[in-house]
Each structure stands twice: as C-alpha cells, then as structure tokens.
Write a protein that binds this ligand. Structure first.
Ligand code: ATP
Ligand code: MG
Length: 450
C-alpha cells in the first residue's frame, strides 16, 4: 500500500489562513510528474509559461494517490476560457451552463476549467452569470474566481486537491488527503445546501463510495434520504448520463445498494420502486442479478449496453402492466407492446434514454414472448434475429433471478451448440405454446396500433 501522505508531514506546522490549503511538498506525498499524461503536462506548462496558475485537479489526483489509473486529466486555471483558447490551436469552448475549454491532442482531450466562485452577489453584474432556482439549484455557473473560491465549490474533499506538476506539490483545501487515508467520502460545506444546489452531488457521493470502497461520512449521508426527491429537478439527459456512470462503472451492484439505502433508487426508477421493498421479491432479485452480471462482464472486458440494463430494470413494470392489459382481453403481443411503450414513456421523463437504446429494449422484451415459441421453423429464424443474443442473455438472467421458465434457457443454450441435424430434431420435439393461439388470432382483426 502506498504511503499517501508521509507521517512526518505535520499540518499544524504549515502556515496558513482559514480557507487556504495545506501545501504538501514533494517529499511528503506519493505523486510524481511522471504519472501525469504528457498532454496534460503540456497544457499546464503552456498556461504557467504564459503567466497563469494551472493545476491538475479532481479525479486524476484522487485516483493516482490511491494507486489507481487516472481516467482522464482535468486542468484548472485562472485563465479565462477565451484566454485558454488563444493559447492552444486545437481547442474550443464548450458548454453554456458551465463553460470549459477542450484542448485536443492526438490521443486525448484535456478539459480546462477556469476557477469558479461560489459567491452569489445578486446586485452586481455577475447576476447574469449565476442563476439559482427557488429550490436553491444552480442553473448557470459562470462566475470566475480565485483558486480558493474554486476549491470551495467542488463537491467532495477528495476531489478538491490541486496538483502542480511544476513543483510537485499538492494543494489540499479540505483535508482530502486525510479522507483518502481514512477512506471517507465527505461533502464540503453544509451537506443539505450543497445537495440542494446540485442534487446530482448525492449520486456522486454514492458513485465514489462504491467505486473506491469508501464509507460515506455520517454528516454527509444524513440529509440524503430527505433530499432524494430533489432529483426531480435534474434534467432527464443529465440524469441519464449519471445513471450510466453509476450502473456501468464495474461497481453497479454496490452503487445500487447505496442508492437504495439512501432512497435515491426509487427516484431514478420509480416504476419498480414499490416492487423492491421486499428484498426477496423476484424484482429485487432480478435487479441485483442484472447488476451482478453487468459487473462481471465489465471485469471480463465484455461489451455492456445501457439497453440491457434498462431492459432489466423496467421488465418487472412491463410485465405487470402487460398482465393488466391481457386481463382486459388484449392479445399477449399487443399487451406487451402497449405496456412497453407506456413504461418507456414514463421512464424517459426522468432519465432521457435515447432512442438508440429504447428500440433494442423493446426488441429484447418482444423476444421474451417469442423465444418460448420455438417449434417448427421458428427457432431457426429466431436465432438469426439481430437481438437474439441479448434476448437469450435476458432469459438466462430471468432464470438466474428465480423465474420459472421450464428450462427455456438450457434449451436455447443446447440449440446454439447443436448441429443442423440436432437442431431440426430439437425443433420438432418441442411443444409449441404459441401455435394454436396464433391460428386463432389470424382470424381476428388486428387490434389497433398504439
Ligand atoms: P471521474 O472523472 O473519475 O468520474 P472526477 O472526480 O474527475 O471523477 P468529473 O465529473 O470529471 O469527476 O469532475 C471533475 C471535478 O469537478 C471533480 O473532481 C469535482 O472536483 C468537480 N465536480 C464535478 N461535478 C461536480 C458537482 N456536481 N459539484 C461540484 N463539483 C463537481
Ligand atoms: Mg474526471
């Protein structure tokens, strides 16, 4: 285990005013400039040579201190976006709510953020740059500030460390190094205020706790349950992105448990919220199994898609609603189609799942109805379906979660491994639950489309 901060470093000796950082110099910490990507170093060098302050900040500092690989490198500077842009030929300003500069290199993009301030001076010209809703949520955040200002508006203590590769020092504003050693997730400032300003911070608390295996500090976790409802103020596209980071991080199961513990999960997927109260229900098992399988796939470097995860999360709601429509006399396929459409419509008003994922979700669900009907020539056709593999994995998932499907998964596993001759034999000897109904349906007029 790395010694993150030398025990010989005595913070009480460090001269500083309130709000100033502890500056931890080279001999006392485990980072070195070599750990920083060449491109990120170059951005810092160019900015510093031009007379600006510039640091590596956020996730990279945190992860490198923990001995993990940095996902990407973010740079923070006192240069304004336009000034940054003028220093790098291949760069552009992006964002409105939060302007940043992307500097493009052949291998990576370095994100450069200008120091922001947390101040709200309602009577000066900054008013237009920082906007807040009645619930206290920030909708625009372009007030520039000093390094100290910038640090105080970051979310977690472990995300508020600034590394200067020039002199190899860490500027630690909120005792982030201590929290890294203690393995604690702590929000800076008053937790409730910070969560109201941006409810996504609650999801970030959970995400980093799950990803790093850290504990959530009591004070930080305390208001989360009550403020979970504030997630409804977050825009659906942003909330969708955040759910992907939670579900597809390789720590989906741990994230799910924490989301559940703090009442956040039922705000993200309310349609199955009620069905999850019982930890032993089929729904709870399906959801846990879906995350378990996703985590395993990520560890094995296999492909994962949001379509499969969302298909699993919403399946219990789809099944319930489809049963309701069947009870009212609709055909199974019509009931399923109507239920799928409605469940998706409700979900995208919370997390904006793009169409390129909702289409395959519907296909996976449709195939759940078709895969049991595998007699005659059907099996041969089904296996050619572009979504067969996902739908088959979905059958296995349902069975793993405890749903009784009369050996459907095993049958399809065997069918895929079988020779042509064996396949024909299998298709001939299978009972076909859909056969008679289909004939009957043919005579009836088709129900109207949705
Ligand atoms: P990773 O990129 O590994 O997911 P990260 O900490 O770098 O983790 P980013 O989303 O890239 O996360 O954000 C970079 C930094 O910006 C964070 O470390 C944090 O200091 C700050 N930050 C990001 N989102 C917020 C937020 N919602 N509120 C306050 N500060 C934030
Ligand atoms: Mg990052």
């Amino acid at each position: 285990m790395l010694e993150i901060i030398s025990r010989f470093f005595d913070k009480s000796q460090a001269q500083r005013d309130a709000g100033d950082p502890v500056i931890v110099s080279a001999q006392y910490h485990s980072l070195s400039p070599k750990m920083i990507s060449r491109d990120a170093r170059r951005v810092v060098d160019v900015l510093q040579d031009a007379g600006y302050e510039a640091y590596i900040v956020g996730g990279a500092v945190r992860d490198l201190l923990l001995g993990l690989k940095a996902k990407d490198f973010d740079v923070a500077t006192n240069a304004k976006p336009a000034e940054v842009k003028s220093l790098f030929r291949r760069s552009r300003i992006i964002g409105r709510r939060f302007q940043i500069v992307h500097v493009q290199f052949s291998r990576e993009i370095i994100e450069v953020t200008t120091f922001r301030s947390n101040e709200t001076k309602s009577n000066d010209k900054r008013k237009n740059h920082r906007q807040q809703t009645d619930s206290g949520m920030l909708t625009r955040d372009n007030v520039f500030g000093s390094l100290n200002d910038d640090a105080s508006r970051r979310d977690l203590s472990i995300n508020a460390m600034y590394y200067d590769p020039g002199d190899n020092s860490i500027h630690d504003f909120a005792e982030g190094l201590d929290d890294i050693e203690k393995r604690v997730i702590r929000i800076m400032g008053d937790p409730a205020t910070r969560f109201r300003e941006d409810p996504v911070r609650m999801l970030r608390v959970v995400r980093f706790a799950a990803k790093l295996g850290f504990n959530i500090e009591n004070r930080t976790g305390k208001p989360m349950h009550k403020l979970a409802t504030d997630l409804e103020h977050v825009s659906p596209p942003r909330l969708f992105d955040e759910t992907l980071k939670l579900f597809m991080s390789g720590q989906g199961l741990a994230s799910f448990w924490l989301l559940n513990e703090y009442g956040l999960f039922e705000r993200i997927v309310p349609q199955i919220g009620n069905m999850m109260k019982d930890r032993n229900s089929l729904t709870s098992k399906l959801v846990e199994q879906a995350f378990t399988n996703t985590d395993l796939r990520i560890r094995a470097e296999k492909r994962v898609t949001p379509a499969f995860i969302y298909a699993a999360l919403l399946w219990p709601a789809v099944q319930k609603l489809a049963a309701h429509y069947r009870d009212r006399g609709n055909s199974p396929s019509y009931a399923l189609s109507k239920a799928s459409g409605e469940v998706i419509a409700r979900q995208i008003s919370i997390t904006a799942i793009p169409r390129r994922f909702t289409m395959p979700m519907r296909e996976i669900w449709d195939l759940q109805l078709l895969l049991p009907r595998r007699g005659g020539h059907r099996a041969k056709r089904l296996i050619e379906h572009p979504r067969f593999r996902a739908a088959y994995d979905f059958v296995l998932l349902r069975e793993q979660a405890g749903e009784e499907l009369s050996g459907l998964g095993d049958w399809w596993t065997a069918y895929q491994d079988a020779s042509d001759e064996q396949r024909e034999h299998m298709a001939r000897s299978v009972g076909d639950p859909g056969k008679n109904r289909k004939r009957r349906n043919r005579r009836k007029p088709k129900p109207a489309a949705e």
